[in-house]
Each structure stands twice: as C-alpha cells, then as structure tokens.
Design a protein around this ligand. Sequence first.
Ligand code: AMP
Length: 182
Amino acid sequence: MYQLIVFGPPGVGKGTQAELIAKKLGLSHISTGEILRKAVSDGTELGIKAKAIMDIGNLVPDEIMNGIVKEALAGSSENGFILDGYPRTVEQARALTYTFSELNMGEVTVINLIADDEEITQRLLKRGRTDDTRETIANRLKVYYKSTEPVKQFYTELGIVKDIYGVGDVDEISKLLLEELH
Ligand code: AMP
C-alpha cells in the first residue's frame, strides 16, 4: 500500500514520474490537472469555470479541488494512489489531512521534485500545452512560489518529504524515486 504525493513546480516532471510509478506499483494516478482538462473538454459546468482560470495560470478554488480529490481518493486502488498536482495550497493540504482521517487513510509520503526555473521554463515551452505560453508560465511560477511552495514547509514539519533531483534521464529519476520508497 502506497500513499504518495508528487510535489514540485510546474514542468518539473510530476506527471511523467507519477504515471511511471503508478504503472509500476499499480496505483491510482490522481492528476488534478488531468481531471480539470477532461472537464474542460467535456464542457461540464466545472470545465467552463476552470478553463478561464487555467488559461491564465491561476488556481481553481480550494473548495472545488478538495471535493474532486476526496471523491477520487474514495474510489482509488487498494494498492494506493499517487496524487499529482494536489495539494497546491496550505488550505488544500489541511483539507487533505482531514480527508485522510475521514477515509481512515494512514501515512503519506511526499516526493519533492527539484529543478531550477530556467530548466522548467524551457521544458514547458517545448511541451506546448495551451497553458504553456511564456506569459502563463511566468504566472504559474509566480503562483507556485506564492501559494504552493509553503505546502512543502507544511509537510517538512511533519518529516515526510523526500527530495529528488528532477533533471536528467526520466528512467534514472524514476529509479531513484522507487529506491526512496523501499
Ligand atoms: P497541472 O496539469 O497540474 O499543471 O494543472 C494545470 C492547471 O490546473 C493549473 O495551472 C491550475 O490552474 C489547475 N489546477 C490543477 N491542480 C490544481 C489544484 N490542486 N488547485 C488549484 N488549481 C489546480
């Protein structure tokens, strides 16, 4: 049973690593960005609301995200889950702690992926998602440092963060990450 959070700035490789680890360990990969993009392409009420926010690189309100994640966790694999892109605010981290206790879930491990701003900006520009324009990337990084980075401190104080350098060969990084979990 694995209960993981993959954390780090936009473009650090959270999605790539989460997908590999989920496949390898048979976990539910819960990507809040993917859930929102699906809602946008399905044209749901959530999608319509989220699109305008995502297009400029701001954050979708906490109460919406908390509800989405609670539902996804309740339906996750018995092998466990890997959360990718959540929590992104200290408020979301607090709500997640509460959800864990409501669902009788135990300890979580936070994998903190590290890369510098120049590296991640270049990666995002190459990726070319609709929210990967220079302007939106700059705002997403600003939002990350202001609202999301404090989440790292929240978990560091609980002693559950593992730092992994996220630059280099994807499979090598994945191997390092798996070693940290065993
Ligand atoms: P991502 O795919 O994780 O880069 O997420 C893409 C966009 O979805 C972000 O820039 C936010 O606008 C939105 N988003 C994803 N996850 C969250 C979250 N936990 N809280 C608020 N907004 C989110």
